[in-house]
Design a binder for this molecule. Structure first.
Ligand SMILES: [Zn+2]
Ligand SMILES: [Zn+2]
Length: 313
């Protein structure tokens, strides 16, 4: 089958590789219909990533397709928790200490444990279903927040816009800040107020993933507020925070990482019900061969490329 393999930073090649299955009885083969790109893919392509196996490796972690054994349409989640470690036993499988990562959506087929497969609601296209992976993380992040009505979101990429859509769907008043006018226009279309920066909100979501943004998110919280850090800064990143408000303003600073299986199903339902208008986030559909150029593309409006591995160049 054809697959996009990473050979090293910024070295992506489309090659013919052995079919993934059904050699392993513990895994089910899924014919990929659509895989969407995200900021994590761009990071993996540019610099590598701690969850990548040794090079050359397959990647792509937002993928949907058809089960080869039953013909059922499924979203393939990008991880399965171990179920046995202390965090899993505490009911927090999204921060499992020994997860199995399932990467390789940028290929014609992928083999995944059955626990990673989620049925796609009828009528939801594969490209929209693939977005359930990041959306499940947004669902989880919203749960990590508070019930405050006044919400600020820092960052208008796909994650920031998904958070905005979910929160507006729950009747919250959302202000989204992003330096890009195109992204502010997308947020306004969802019904959010927009700004170049945030000031004093009861609940603040950081959806950028840079130390400066973490700092700005804490500075944007109102006294007694809650700050949820959704964008990842790699371990070892140095973040300079004004610590005073954590004490004197009793700020709650919380991380939100990844998602649990039930959140993937909630995300699929939110896509099917168009709580999140997924068409806004869909970019062009391209072939595997066009993927390197797509990953290198400059930022514009928040759009995800859709890779259809069945397309020839
Ligand atoms: Zn992603
Ligand atoms: Zn675990």
């Amino acid at each position: 089958m054809r697959a996009a393999l990473l050979y090293g930073p910024q070295d992506l090649r489309v090659e013919e590789i052995p079919d993934p299955g059904p050699h392993d009885p513990a895994r089910i083969v899924v014919e990929v219909e659509a895989a969407t790109t995200c900021g994590t893919d761009v990071k993996m392509w540019r610099h590598g990533h701690r969850v990548l196996p040794p090079y050359p490796c397959a990647f792509g972690h937002e993928m949907a397709g058809i089960r080869a054994d039953t013909g059922e349409r499924v979203l393939v989640s990008d991880s399965v928790a171990c179920g046995a470690c202390p965090t899993c036993r505490a009911g927090r499988s999204q921060i499992c200490r020994r997860p199995t990562w399932i990467l390789g959506g940028f290929a014609e087929r992928i083999a995944a444990p059955e626990a990673a497969l989620h049925r796609i609601p009828d009528g939801l296209p594969a490209a929209a279903a693939a977005m359930a992976e990041p959306l499940a993380a947004a669902v989880h992040a919203v749960d990590r927040g508070s019930e405050a009505r006044d919400v600020g979101i820092l960052g208008g990429g796909p994650m920031g816009l998904m958070l905005a859509a979910l929160l507006i769907g729950r009747g919250r008043s959302v202000t989204l800040a992003d330096p890009h006018a195109e992204r502010r226009a997308q947020a306004a279309q969802l019904g959010a107020d927009t700004a170049a920066g945030l000031s004093r909100h009861e609940l603040v979501f950081e959806a950028v993933g840079r130390p400066e943004a973490w700092q700005a998110a804490v500075a944007a919280a109102a006294p007694g507020g809650v700050v949820v850090l959704v964008g990842g800064c790699p371990s070892g990143s140095e973040v300079t925070l004004d610590a005073g408000p954590l004490h004197y303003d009793e700020l709650d600073l919380r991380g939100a990482f990844h998602h649990a299986p039930a959140e993937v199903d909630r995300a699929l339902a939110a896509l099917a019900d168009v709580v999140v208008p997924w068409e806004m986030l869909l970019g062009p559909t391209i072939s595997l061969g066009q993927l390197p150029a797509a990953l290198a593309a400059r930022e514009g409006p928040a759009k995800k490329w859709v890779i259809d591995p069945r397309l020839q160049e």
